[in-house]
Design a protein around this ligand. Structure first.
Ligand SMILES: Cc1cc2nc3c(=O)[nH]c(=O)nc-3n(C[C@H](O)[C@H](O)[C@H](O)COP(=O)(O)OP(=O)(O)OC[C@H]3O[C@@H](n4cnc5c(N)ncnc54)[C@H](O)[C@@H]3O)c2cc1C
Length: 480
């Protein structure tokens, strides 16, 4: 007897969310069909994490040469062609692409179809003129750069994070619209390659999710690298006069004109909601214009799930992968087993130099949520390994519950912050407090010691004074 459905799962989109969903489903022997209309790997591999981190690596290398005297090298200069740097970006993508390829997923047992999917009913999807059916559908269609309707923007060739990777000539004056993570990471790259970079941000602070002291540190570094940061500047109009382009901004009632050669629009990313049949199904939309799912990641129908940037609230590869586990397991094993998605310990990193890494609450979150907290800091300027490496700047800042060693969140700014944050994520995930980090041997001299030292600072601040007074008396008596 034939099966009612062609597959247990049809997954639409082979980006981070869709690939992991398909991987998990195939690993537990479900029949899964993965449909991708563009490049396997989606944004992360082709237009996001991988190219941006590759570009950052080249920019950092060039920048570090400028600091050669610190390392006892009289002079070191870099001669480079920007086109070669962009070629390297492509090579790195190519080197990672096999992980996400049709061949690999086919070998894992996934049926991969290249084509544009359209959902035709709660159980059917059309691709390449063929209708396929599945017990469950997982939507993993991602997001796209949001381009605000600024007057005149349609008259120029602007870049977004989708198109910037085709650039082969370094712009003389680069304007970055948006001071979020993507804008900041790329602004620093272009400045380090030699462009004159301006960041225009509508809000009073760049990297608005982070505490002001963290954003101020980045502003200080960026300014020292020649980046012009214009916060509280609302972009209103683009004017083209001959060869020169100007962005007209409103800065608290003042008109400001910024000349530029190329502009990168990085003001946020919008969920892809149109063009593949969502309209016909009345899948609910959230107030952030993403697919509105419940906590099981079901999207209005018991058998339709959604993951990744199309859902949010965190637009990260690891957030998409995390959701993918829930969507795959809930879809395949519901109603026997169902899990609510848990975002309580979700780290993220902005790959500026210094890096900014976060997990859990920062101060502005705790204040907004009315949660009582204590702050403990450790200055990376004191860390032996930071000194040997010539990068002794930054802070480890930990929020704990009042009077307890329970970690509510951590923010780290400094070299390798993205690596250091993992220990706090692990501790939070498994309910380990600062005492446990303090009681763990960390190799000397490593950057990770900073985590132990912040725990040590917490301990010092919480040492019971009466016991110390008693101990002082005890030792005095022992000296008799
Ligand atoms: C410049 C930049 C840097 C970033 N850096 C980081 C970082 O360092 N760390 C991090 O965690 N995140 C980073 N991100 C975010 C990360 O890339 C995204 O969160 C992640 O790619 C989301 O995965 P997704 O599966 O939801 O969507 P996507 O990766 O966008 O995948 C969606 C896929 O669905 C396909 N699709 C859409 N509609 C259809 C259809 N109808 N039929 C068939 N296929 C369809 C698309 O072609 C696409 O391949 C960055 C993003 C950008 C832009």
């Amino acid at each position: 007897m034939g099966n009612k459905y062609d597959a247990n799962l049809i997954v639409i989109g082979a980006g981070s969310g869709g690939l992991v969903t398909a991987y998990i489903a195939a690993a537990v022997k479900a029949k899964v069909i993965l449909i991708e209309k563009g490049d396997m790997g989606g944004d992360c591999l082709n237009r996001g994490c991988v190219p941006s981190k590759s570009l950052i690596a080249s920019a950092k290398f060039i920048h570090e040469l400028k600091n050669s005297r610190e390392f006892g090298v009289k002079e070191a200069t870099a001669q480079f062609d920007f086109a070669d740097v962009m070629q390297r970006v492509k090579r790195v993508i190519d080197s990672i692409a096999p992980n996400d390829s049709v061949e690999r997923y086919t070998s894992l047992g996934v049926e991969v179809i290249k084509g544009e999917a359209e959902i035709t009913s709660a159980h059917t999807v059309k691709v390449n003129d063929k209708e396929l059916s599945a017990k469950n559908i997982v939507i993993a269609t991602g997001g796209s750069p949001f381009v605000p309707p600024i007057e005149g923007i349609d008259k120029i060739d602007y870049f977004t994070s989708d198109t910037i990777w085709d650039l082969t000539e370094l712009p003389e004056r680069m304007l970055i619209l948006g001071g979020g993570p993507i804008g900041c990471e790329l602004a620093q790259c272009f400045a380090r390659f030699g462009s004159k970079v301006s960041i225009v941000e509508m809000l009073p602070q760049i990297m608005v999710r982070e505490d002001p002291e963290i954003a101020d540190h980045i502003v200080e570094v960026f300014s020292s690298e020649g980046i012009d940061i214009l916060t509280s500047h609302r972009a209103e109009k683009i004017i083209v006069a001959g060869d020169t382009k100007h962005l007209i901004c409103d800065n608290e009632g003042k008109r400001v004109e910024i000349a530029f050669d190329k502009i990168l629009v990085a003001v946020g990313r919008a969920a892809n909601l149109q063009g593949y049949g969502l309209e016909n199904l009345n899948v609910p939309e959230s107030k952030h214009r993403t697919i509105d799912t419940n906590e099981y990641l079901q999207a209005g129908y018991p058998n339709i799930y959604a993951v990744g940037d199309v859902v949010g609230p965190y637009q990260f590869t690891h957030a998409a992968a995390h959701q993918a586990w829930y969507a795959a397991v809930n879809a395949l094993f519901s109603p026997f087993k169902k899990f609510k998605v848990d975002y309580s310990v979700l780290p993220w990193v902005t790959y500026t130099d210094p890096e900014v890494a976060r997990v859990g609450l920062n101060e502005q979150d705790a204040i907004q949520k009315n949660i009582k907290y204590e702050v403990t800091r450790y200055d990376l300027g004191e860390l032996d390994r930071a000194k040997t490496d010539g990068h002794a700047v930054g802070t480890v800042k930990v929020l704990t519950a009042a009077g307890k060693d329970k970690i509510l969140g951590a923010t780290i700014i400094g070299k390798h912050a993205g690596e250091l944050i993992a220990e706090f994520a692990l501790a939070m995930r498994h309910g380990l407090g600062l005492n446990k980090i303090l009681g763990t041997i960390h190799a000397y001299p490593t950057w990770m010691e900073a985590n132990k030292f912040v725990a040590g600072n917490w301990k010092k601040n919480h040492a019971p004074q009466w016991i110390l007074n008693l101990l002082e008396k005890f030792h005095r008596w022992r000296r008799n």
